[in-house]
Design a protein around this ligand. Sequence first.
Ligand SMILES: Cc1ncc(COP(=O)(O)O)c(C=O)c1O
Length: 403
Amino acid sequence: MGKEEGKRRRTVYLDNAATTPVLDEVLEEMLPYMSSRYGNPSSLHGIGRDAKTALDKARERISSALSIHDNIIFTSGATEANNLAIKGFAYRKLRDGFNRDDVMVVVSSIEHESVLEPCKALAREGFNVSYLPVDRYGMAKPESLEQTLSSSRHRGGVLVSVMLANNEVGTLQRLKEMVEIAHRYGALVHSDAAQAIGKVKVDAGALAVDMLTISAHKVYGPKGVGALCIGKDVRLEPILHGGGHEYGLRSGTQNVPGIVGLGKVAELVPRFIALYQGRVRQLRDRLIKGLLEIPYTRLNGHPEERLPNNAHISFLGVNGEDLIIKLDEYGIAVSTGSACSTLKQKESHVLRAMGLSREEINGSLRLTLGIQNDEQDVDYTLEVMAMVVKELRRISPYSKYRL
Ligand SMILES: Cc1ncc(COP(=O)(O)O)c(C=O)c1O
């Protein structure tokens, strides 16, 4: 037995905010659409109509799960949906005859990169982009939105984009209040709900958002499929041009098996919410309590207004990446933040916006539970973490944390 196998007593996946395994019942519904039911939904014959029926069913399931009565545009995931919402809004204004300077996009400073990067691209082109600050808990204040909107006039229109739940620290935003403010100023609101779906109740109708982004792979569905739900009065410019699929807003033959998977996930949303708000929340609370018993640790994000599966902790005097590598040797999979930012190896913009110190950022770790985790996973993680943190602190130059 190798050295690593010797340490690994079980495999514990605690990175469910990065992605989740596809559930058997989701896969089962998808499989026929990869083989026997292979039609192109745009074809007029029966085999094509069969695929079209599958898309319609997925749309119905999403509409009913999220109380959406608007258009659902299938995309390759949340990244594309966010790009379509933001760039589609801005470019449509150009087509309507406005100048770039007439248009503004307002986003929270802790949005996912798939919102922030299109905004940066628009700013480079001359559109106005404004960033809302967040507090120590990662929450944007509705008052700062009011301030931004009341002090600016953009005759082409304003789009506000604020996520429902943050992917790093799990903080839930006061979205309903923000929507009310935005609408008072005639602005539209988009929300990235990729992390929220299946964990907290998302009622797009009650929230009155104009656009909502969802993704399948964060909730036991396949990767590479998501949707942008858009209100009937919202006008967007497509960012992918071609055959005019998806109401002319997203050309390209639809990913039928993926969309069937997304539809199945939507149908399972009430079951997921019950599990996350019940058993998963209890496990997460046990995990947080145990982790905070390790000396010099802090919980990041809002203590209550947070996703039920998220534990985000700073271990002072320890490097988060070192922790990941050590935990991996014991079969425990966690992350320092969003999977996307690890590609860029940069400090988390979310933790920076929250005002965390360099040391708190360096020592931070995100542990996100899923419906497949159990008490043994939590207890094993707590046991290994206490040992590993102690060991890393022993060899750390920050001698004040050696215990
Ligand atoms: C909040 C949020 N938005 C967008 C994305 C991107 O999702 P996708 O992988 O479906 O493009 C993610 C996933 O990393 C996310 O957590």
